[in-house]
Write a protein that binds this ligand. Structure first.
Ligand SMILES: N[C@@H](CCC(=O)N[C@@H](CS)C(=O)NCC(=O)O)C(=O)O
Length: 291
C-alpha cells in the first residue's frame, strides 16, 4: 500500500522536496507524479483524483485521502507511521521540532523570494538585502535554540533527522546555492543536508528531469556546487554493459553509462541520467559497482 505524491520540478520546487523527504528520509514508500511548474500540468494532474489539492506537494493515501499542505503531510505521515521518527519521540524535542517546522511553513518570505531554490547552480554572491539577512539571522537563532534545548549532538536539529530537518533542507540548499553568509554551526548543518543520501538522490534527479526554468535564472557570478563531488560518470551510446538487467527495475538494459572504464546499463534514460548525476547517491547502483 503506497501513497501517491504530486510534485513539481525537483530542481526548483522546495515544497515538493520537503514533502518527498518526509517519505524517502524515513523509509516510507511513495509513488511520485511530476508536474512541470509554470505550465498547466499541475492543475491537470491534480484534477485527476486530488481534490481539493492546488499545490505541490499533494499526497493521496492508499485509502484515497487527499492531503495537500506540507505541514499536514508531515502530521498525517507521522500519525500513520509513528515508528519512523518523523517527529522526535522525546516530548520536548518533538515540541521544538514542531515549532521549527511551523515557523518554516509560515515564514521567511524575504529569503524565499530573493533566493528561490535552484539545485542546478550555486552563485558566488547574490547581494542579499537586509530583509534576507534578517531572515537568515532568525533561522540561525532557531537552529541554535533547537540544538541547545534538545541537546542534539549530531548533525540534525533535534537529535535524529526529523521533520524539522526535512522542512529546513531547502533553506540549506539556498544557503549553499546563493552562498549566503552564516556562522560555522549553520554551515556544518548545511553541509550535512548536502551530503544526506535522500537529498543527494533528489538533487541528482533534479539535475536531469527537464530543461532549466527561465524564471529561476539570475545573472550573478557562479561557483561549483559546494556539496559532495559526484563520481565522474557519463552517458554513452549503445546497450553493451556488464549488467544484463537494470539495477532498479530488473528490466533489460536500454541505456548505458560509463564510469572508471566500466559500462553499466539501465532500463530507461531517466534512471541512467540520475545515476550519472550522482552515482554514489543510489544504493542499488553502489552495490553493482562493488560487485
Ligand atoms: N503551503 C504549501 C505551499 C506549496 C506550494 O506553494 N507549492 C508550489 C511549488 S513549490 C506550487 O505548487 N506552485 C504552483 C502553484 O501555486 O500554482 C505547502 O506547504 O505545501
Amino acid at each position: 500500500m503506497t501513497c501517491d505524491l504530486v510534485i513539481g520540478d525537483r530542481a526548483y520546487s522546495s515544497w515538493s522536496l520537503r514533502g518527498w523527504l518526509l517519505f524517502d528520509a524515513f523509509g516510507i514508500p511513495v509513488r511520485t507524479h511530476t508536474a512541470r511548474l509554470y505550465t498547466d500540468e499541475l492543475p491537470h494532474l491534480l484534477a485527476d483524483g486530488y481534490f481539493p489539492g492546488r499545490t505541490a506537494p499533494t499526497m493521496r493515501t492508499p485509502d484515497g485521502l487527499v492531503v495537500p499542505e506540507t505541514i499536514a503531510i508531515a502530521e498525517e505521515l507521522a500519525s500513520r507511521h509513528p515508528e519512523t521518527g518523523i517527529w522526535p519521540s522525546e516530548p520536548a524535542a518533538r515540541a521544538i521540532a514542531r515549532v521549527l517546522a511551523a515557523e518554516m511553513h509560515a515564514g521567511f518570505t524575504a529569503l524565499r523570494n530573493h533566493c528561490p531554490m535552484n539545485l542546478r547552480v550555486s552563485y558566488r554572491d547574490c547581494a542579499p538585502p537586509a530583509e534576507v539577512l534578517a531572515d537568515l539571522a532568525r533561522i540561525e537563532v532557531l537552529w541554535s535554540w533547537a540544538r541547545e534545548r534538545t541537546g542534539a549532538k549530531g548533525p540534525w536539529l533535534c537529535g535524529g533527522y526529523s521533520a524539522a530537518d526535512a522542512f529546513f533542507a531547502p533553506i540549506a540548499a539556498r544557503i549553499a546555492g546563493y552562498n549566503l553568509p552564516v556562522g560555522d554551526e549553520a554551515a556544518a548543518y548545511v553541509a550535512a543536508h548536502l551530503a544526506h543520501p535522500s537529498f543527494r538522490r533528489w538533487r541528482a534527479m533534479g539535475l536531469v528531469d527537464g530543461a532549466d526554468q527561465p524564471f529561476y535564472r539570475r545573472d550573478w557570478p557562479q561557483r561549483p556546487w559546494p556539496g559532495p563531488a559526484p563520481l565522474p560518470a557519463r552517458a554513452v551510446e549503445g546497450t553493451r554493459s556488464e549488467n544484463a538487467a537494470c539495477p532498479y527495475s530488473g528490466k533489460p538494459v536500454t541505456h548505458v553509462l560509463k564510469l572508471g572504464g566500466r559500462r553499466f546499463g539501465f532500463c530507461n534514460p531517466f534512471c541512467r541520467d540520475k545515476t550519472v548525476a550522482d552515482p554514489e547517491a543510489w544504493p542499488k547502483f553502489v552495490a553493482l559497482l562493488a560487485a
